[in-house]
Write a protein that binds this ligand. Structure first.
Ligand SMILES: Nc1ncnc2c1ncn2[C@@H]1O[C@H](COP(=O)(O)OP(=O)(O)OP(=O)(O)O)[C@@H](O)[C@H]1O
Length: 675
């Protein structure tokens, strides 16, 4: 087990860093925390020493054993408390309390750079000779040293390591491969949370926009946020650099009109080859915009090379076995039994099933259960790679086969899988040209690298998977019939979640634990919420379930169970639809729950805006609301407002009277005002 020591000025900082690392490293690490005042013998063998700041480094560095790896980490303010700070009165005097002068100054600088610069900050730290007397103090976790006369303390909690420091720690521990995925999910969760806050308050706060830009500026990729019409909302410096534009030239413009190449997965812009990724940003499961991440291909090759170097000597292997296959309902058990039998043969397997049902996991488990388990398991995804890339990836190439080819050539994945298993994922997406080449491999069990005339024999087992109906594709002439029969020797289906309802609770339990929530399923979900989840159809299957657990983990209040109203809106809507179709059955079983789901559907941003305006301007009519909306640049015409108001009325949030009384917010609406 790796051993780390964290040294900080005060205890709390070290503990926060420790918790953060344990969260990502699955607690499979031994961490000790000390403050600089403790008299400790650091002259022993640590795998890594982490200093919480440069001052700490200066004070302690000479005490640690020569040759020990060490790092000074960069720490940033969490976004959770930003709302509170934004609500402080303009020009208010604020005491910034921290453990020393330097950390006070750093936090003030970070707060200002996050756009929280409408108040006046005055530092306070133990030993300061004189300081400004104020009513309000802000502190990153140092409540105990706040002077007595301060009336209100805003604790923004100890600052956490930023993503670059976390990456550095993982690289220093040689753990980046194992935990990289967790890191990106952790990072992504944070990004999504900030984005949600930004999008939720887009009408009100430009500060959050600044903050988002600032956070984005610390990323090494170009990142662009657009609204649903592809108009650019925010982008970082790196994106400006890559696209070679000025901010004012691109903000509010349609990104694809300016750079049509960005629609693709790869593009050449300003003579630079770019890799492009797109993510939908959702708020309560409703798409509100897009995040486009652009990266020069050179960078990717470099990272890829680095990873390859680190992986050298490590086998390409499959993680999953049937032991960690979750599910114990009858139909799952039967399927596992069949899969284990299939594993013992050497024949080609075709796994068919909806997206996210675990086809890759099944393929890995079959490989690990087979006699080839000690040899490589190599996965190729036909949907993720472009035709040109996939051909050279699969078959490899000769030295000088094409411009840009690596010197010395490259071994293809078929060759790398020799004696093991190759997993051809999303085979339904392979082009007809590739299908012809694959057929030859299946028939002859030999490959010809791109640009070569030499044939290389390979001993491999093939497992293919698809979420398409391959027979239908054959009928439509999109998939070769001969290849279909070559692949479909041992057919197996991965079963959708809705057909194995007993497994849903088990999966939820597993993923709650995996996301490190210190609660069990009973304290995490209310019974009602759990029953809704068990009745949901899960079109995205296990992958959707994982996303929803991740969403709930990051939005859940500690100590309060997730209730129906906390579930994403599309789950509630879809359960509602089931109720319509099979109303009688559902009414009988779940009368109490489903009858009031409508109540829990969240109000949209526009609905909330209207509700707040009616509350503020009692009696206000549609026309006046339309004027206010246009003043605030909102896309709310009279037609849209009529629909919103009648919906709010139907749901008893407002009352609409004729004549002088006009509109009024009702008790149920009052609960939502101010949100
Ligand atoms: N039996 C299982 N137990 C636990 N987790 C599972 C199980 N099956 C799948 N998962 C998880 O669900 C997610 C989706 O699985 P996987 O990628 O294998 O699905 P897939 O059917 O190959 O999806 P796609 O067709 O979209 O590629 C993964 O994160 C995987 O870890």
């Amino acid at each position: 087990m790796k051993k780390i020591v964290i040294i900080s000025m005060g205890d709390q900082t070290g503990i926060t860093i420790k918790e953060q690392l344990e969260n990502i490293l699955d607690k499979k690490i031994y961490i000790e925390v000390y403050n600089v005042k403790q008299n400790v013998n650091f002259d022993i063998n640590w795998d890594l020493v982490i200093f919480s700041s440069e001052i700490v480094e200066e004070m302690v560095l000479e005490k640690i054993k020569q040759g020990t790896k060490y790092l000074v980490v960069k720490r940033v303010i969490g976004h959770d408390y930003i709302d509170k700070l934004l609500n402080l009165k303009k020009g208010e005097n604020i005491l910034l309390v921290n453990d020393d002068k330097e950390t006070c100054e750093t936090v003030i600088k970070q707060l200002k750079s996050h756009g929280i610069d409408h108040v006046n900050y005055f530092p306070y730290y133990p030993g300061i000779k004189s300081y400004k007397k104020t009513n309000i103090a802000v502190t990153p976790g140092e409540i105990d040293i706040v002077p007595e006369e301060v009336k209100e303390v805003i604790d923004i909690k100890s600052r956490k390591m930023d993503i670059t420091s976390l990456t550095e720690v993982l690289i220093s521990l040689d753990d980046i491969d194992k935990h990289g995925e967790m890191l990106s999910s952790y990072f992504y969760r944070n990004m999504v949370n900030i984005s949600k806050k930004y999008i939720n308050t887009a009408h009100k706060s430009l500060k959050l926009k600044d903050m988002l830009t600032n956070i984005l500026d610390n990323q090494k990729n170009g990142i662009i946020y657009t609204d649903l019409d592809n108009k650019v909302l925010v982008l970082n410096e790196e994106a400006l650099k890559i696209l070679n534009v000025k901010r004012h030239e691109i903000i509010s413009k349609d990104i694809y009109e300016m750079f049509s190449g960005l629609k693709e997965d790869m593009a050449k812009i300003n003579d630079q080859e770019l890799l492009i990724n797109k993510e939908e940003i959702k708020n309560n499961s409703i798409a509100v915009g897009n995040m486009i991440v652009i990266n020069p291909a050179d960078n990717i090759h470099k990272i890829d090379e680095d990873l390859r170097r680190k992986r050298k000597g490590e086998k390409l292997n499959a993680k999953y076995t049937f032991d960690n296959f979750i599910g114990n309902c009858e139909i799952t058990a039967k399927n596992i039994k069949l899969a284990k039998k299939i594993a013992k043969s050497n024949s080609t397997v075709l796994i068919q099933g909806e997206t996210g049902t675990g086809k890759e996991i099944l393929a890995q488990a079959i490989h690990n259960e087979s006699s080839r388990y000690e040899y490589p398991f190599v996965a190729v995804n036909f949907a993720a790679l472009s035709e040109n890339l996939i051909e050279s990836e699969l078959f490899g190439y000769e030295d000088g086969a094409f411009t840009g080819a690596k010197k010395g050539g490259k071994a293809g994945l078929f060759k790398k899988a020799h004696k093991g298993t190759i997993f051809l994922d999303e085979i339904g997406d392979a082009s007809l040209h590739l299908q012809a080449r694959l057929l030859r491999v299946l028939q002859e069990r030999e490959i010809t690298p791109v640009g070569s005339t030499e044939v290389v024999p390979v001993d491999i087992r093939i497992i293919a998977a698809t979420n398409k109906n391959l027979l239908k594709e054959v009928e439509d002439k999109k998939f070769r019939e001969d290849l279909y029969y070559r692949l479909n020797v041992m057919p197996i289906y991965s079963i959708p979640l809705r057909e194995r309802k007993e497994d849903i609770k088990l999966m939820l339990k597993h993923y709650i634990l995996k996301f490190e929530v210190k609660e069990n399923i009973e304290t995490f979900f209310s019974n009602d919420a759990l029953r809704v989840l068990e009745s949901y159809k899960w079109p995205g299957n296990i992958r959707e379930l994982i996303n929803i657990v991740e969403y709930l983990v990051s939005t859940k209040e500690e100590g309060i169970k997730v209730n129906i109203c906390d579930l994403p809106r599309d789950i509630l809507q879809s359960v509602n639809q089931i109720q319509d179709i099979d109303a009688k059955k559902y009414e009988e079983i779940n009368k109490d729950i489903f009858s009031n789901i409508e109540e829990h559907l969240d109000l949209s941003e526009d609905e909330l805006w209207v509700l707040n305006k009616i509350y503020k301007h009692k009696g206000i009519g549609r026309r006046a609301l339309a004027v206010l909306a246009s003043e605030e640049n909102l896309n709310l015409g009279e037609g849209k407002l009529r629909r919103i108001m009648s919906n709010l009325k139907e749901r008893k949030f407002i009352e609409i009277n004729k004549g002088i009384n006009g509109t009024k917010v009702l008790d149920k609406g009052l609960e939502r005002v101010g949100i």
